[in-house]
Design a binder for this molecule. Structure first.
Ligand SMILES: [Zn+2]
Length: 283
């Protein structure tokens, strides 16, 4: 078979599969079609074994080299850390400064340790202050049942953030109306993951909180989500925009479990992830 004929057939197959897949499943369907195209290419190359080896090695190198997990941000120095006896730690002028200078993030990472569960807390903003006024609530463990095998990764759920928030408000004797959710923070435990960045589920949670329907009872004015990764100790942030589109359940399944780098939607959001600090991790 001539090369051009093969390319033509491959393009035709890709179109035939990708168009309905994207229609049915969103961007996640497109990457699914790409997997099949890859399979087709590999099968064709089986007739040339040397080429097959090159392609396989190339694909593996690309997959492990490609992992872009966030752009490093310059870090401002911390003045003396804010000490507070209150359950609300702060105030800080920004979310990033809080994550860089307060101990709460490092505490959450220490709590996560070698556990397979996530820990999370909120960064709230005192809306009576015109600027700044960011505070952290205490870290809580995900309420989902633990499973040491990491097959069902326990995740911090909205109700866990709610627990952390309401406890902090009670303990600090604060008025709940004054403090809105500016950021959710969660750890990624040492479960094997394809990427050190956010999962599609994380991006979805951010987009969902950014676009809460009017009249929602959650006191949210979300600016970004923050994640502390127990693998590399890096603190990553993602700022959802009002026009960001959530993933379909199929897109989540593909990128959370298998190959996030091949999911166009995941890739698009991962390019916007920033690394704002690196905490020490114990090996
Ligand atoms: Zn996550």
């Amino acid at each position: 078979m001539s090369r051009w004929l093969f390319l033509l057939i491959a393009a035709f197959v890709l179109l035939c599969m990708a168009l309905p897949a994207v229609k049915l499943f969103g961007l996640g369907g497109g990457s699914f079609a790409l997997y099949f195209l890859g399979l087709l290419v590999l099968l064709a190359l089986i007739f040339r074994k040397q080429m097959l080896i090159f392609v396989l090695v190339g694909a593996v190198i690309c997959y492990f080299w490609r992992p872009f997990s966030g752009s490093n941000q310059p870090q401002a120095g911390c003045r003396s850390a804010t000490r507070t006896a209150s359950a609300l730690r702060g105030p800080y002028p920004s979310i990033d400064t809080l994550m860089q200078c307060d101990d709460v993030g490092r505490n959450a990472l220490t709590l996560t340790g070698t556990d397979t569960a996530e820990y999370g807390f909120l960064i709230v903003r005192d809306r009576r202050q015109p600027t700044g006024g960011y505070y952290a609530t205490p870290p809580v463990r995900s309420s989902q049942p633990a499973n040491p095998s990491c097959s069902e990764r326990p995740m911090v759920r909205p109700e866990d953030f709610w627990t952390s928030w309401s406890e902090a408000i009670d303990l600090a004797h604060a008025a709940s109306n004054d403090y809105v959710w500016a950021a959710t923070v969660h750890t990624h435990p040492q479960c094997p993951m394809a990427s050190n960045s956010f999962t599609a589920t994380d991006f979805n949670q951010a987009i969902g909180l950014k676009n809460l329907p009017p009249g929602s009872t959650l006191p949210v004015q979300l600016e970004k989500i923050v994640m502390i990764n127990a693998h590399d100790g890096k603190v990553r942030t993602f700022e959802p925009r009002p026009d960001d589109q959530p993933f379909t359940p199929f897109g989540i399944e593909v990128s959370d479990r298998f190959l996030p780098y091949l999911n166009l939607g995941w890739d698009q959001y991962a390019q916007r992830v920033k690394i704002i600090a690196t905490y020490p991790v114990r090996e």
